[in-house]
Design a protein around this ligand. Structure first.
Ligand code: NAP
Ligand code: HSE
Length: 431
């Protein structure tokens, strides 16, 4: 095979290492599928002197990513360095030079996607980012291509491997948050700054990308309502379990009354709920579409080889297009839709209160819920000397009303503390 597609790799850490490994392991099949050999010719890293146990062959390894983008022996740029700067500028320059780009960078796409798509369109080259959402799981292409003839109404997902891994081990082993986070980092699941994972920023970026594609609009990372898992306590996990739920960090994007609702937060899911069985660093994305009905995508959401698989798939895609001087499917944002304010959300809530164990306190708590038109579905109380913990699950209520309720409870007589408030998503993904 005479044709060669030459790759310039910006970054060679967890994901870059996975890409290089797959390219070497599957070289013959990849060449046959692409119609050309696919070779890494240049790599930029921060520390070029570091020993890397990777099959990099005779690729030139340096520390200047701009030189990789500009190099004459680079046909396709693969950005797996992460962050917005300089990655954004490097991608723009590659596109200007007419070089297709493959990236795994959800932070960049969720903040600057529309500008980057426009740059790719102006240059007439591909910008592919399957690996940016849910690691190995094909979800970008299904939304952009396979479901292009349908109308997506809702997408629900477990979109962050690190937090799912942490919550799984906290729940199943009673492991401590910090120990599990360290393990997730060692396994290559976590972002360079793991607060992006635990704070829900990573899942919010993915949810923004999904919502933009699903609803043909522009949803920016900052448009996504976001809560992380930092406030989820061992008590919440134990209480959820005792009541037949598991706690998951979920992302939900939906279209309601011509408005787009996009949110990421931890939630109680019934143990029987299909997303409840998604454990460890696995991700799952559930899509509802008007004609197709319900679709579920499940797989590894993080890690070197799973993410590398999605990157290499994109590399083959853009290489095939390059060989045929064609372009792949592009994004459209033809329906500028307003965002649905979070206070209009209607769902159920779990509220944990530390209260004085005295007559009249439960009545005061019930009165406060009632005064704000939040109806209580279930109540449990556990005493511990002079104080007690009250667990309440509400009926479906308006988020705004629930927030007013918890604000009032914080200063109600006999209530020591509103210890936790989490959404209970029993009706999402009904089976
Ligand atoms: P990583 O392990 O930290 O690797 C980053 C790589 O980029 C390293 O090789 C680093 O060099 C290099 N680098 C960073 N800044 C650079 C600069 N200014 N100039 C030159 N090289 C630079 O990160 P990762 O986990 O592979 O993640 C990469 C991207 O993939 C991120 O956008 C991330 O969000 C995304 N992603 C990751 C996963 C995952 O499971 N890890 C999954 C999906 C998507 P050194 O090696 O010398 O430090
Ligand atoms: N840090 C991310 C996660 C990597 O844990 O899901 C995959 O995007």
């Amino acid at each position: 095979m005479d044709d060669v597609i030459r790759l310039g790799l910006l970054g060679c850490g967890t994901v870059g290492g996975g890409v290089v490994t797959i390219l070497e392991r599957e070289a013959a099949d990849i060449a046959a599928r692409t119609g050309a050999q696919v070779r890494v010719t240049r790599v930029a890293v921060r520390d070029a002197g570091r020993e890397r146990d990777l099959p990099l062959g005779d690729a030139v390894i340096g520390t200047d990513p701009w030189a990789v983008v500009e190099a004459d022996d680079v046909d396709v740029v693969v950005e797996v360095m992460g962050g917005r700067d300089p990655a954004g500028g490097l991608i723009r320059r590659a596109l200007e030079l007419g070089k297709p780009v493959v990236t795994a960078n959800k932070e960049l796409i969720a903040h600057e996607g529309p500008e980057l798509y426009a740059a790719a369109r102006a240059a007439g080259v591909d910008l592919a980012y399957e690996a940016a959402v849910a690691g190995a799981i094909p979800i970008i292409k299904p939304l952009k291509e396979s479901l292009a003839g349908d109308r997506v109404t809702r997408v629900v997902g477990i979109l962050n491997g690190t937090t799912n891994y942490i919550l799984t081990r906290m729940s199943e082993e009673g492991a401590s948050y910090l120990d599990v986070l360290a393990d997730a980092q060692a396994l290559g699941y976590a972002e360079a700054d793991p607060t992006a994972d635990v704070g829900g920023h990573d899942a919010a970026a993915k949810c923004a990308i999904i919502a933009s594609l699903a609803f043909d609009t522009v949803v920016h990372a900052d448009d996504v309502y976001r809560e992380g898992i930092e406030q989820v306590t061992a008590t919440d996990i134990r209480t959820a379990e005792a009541l037949g739920y598991v706690i998951k960090l979920i992302g939900i994007a939906s279209e309601v009354d011509d408005q787009i609702g996009v949110r990421v937060h931890p939630a109680f899911l019934p143990r029987t709920h299909p997303l409840a069985s998604v454990r460890d660093a696995f991700n799952a994305v559930y899509v509802e579409a008007a004609a197709a009905g319900e679709l579920m995508f499940y797989g590894r959401g993080a890690g070197a080889l799973p993410t590398g698989s999605a990157v290499v798939g994109d590399v083959i895609d853009v290489a095939r297009n390059l060989l045929q001087t064609a372009r792949g499917a592009t994004e459209t944002a033809h329906r500028a839709k307003p965002l649905r304010p979070m206070h209009e959300l209607r769902t159920q809530y779990y509220v944990l209160l530390d209260v004085d164990d005295q007559p009249g306190v439960l009545a005061e708590v019930a009165r406060t819920f009632g005064a704000h038109e939040v109806s209580i579905a279930q109540v449990w109380q556990e005493g511990a000397g002079d104080h007690a913990q009250l667990v309440l699950i509400t009926h479906r209520s308006r988020e705004g009303a629930l927030r007013e309720t918890t604000e009032a409870l914080a200063t109600a007589p006999g209530v020591r503390r509103v210890a936790s408030v989490l959404r209970v998503e029993s009706e999402v993904f009904e089976t």
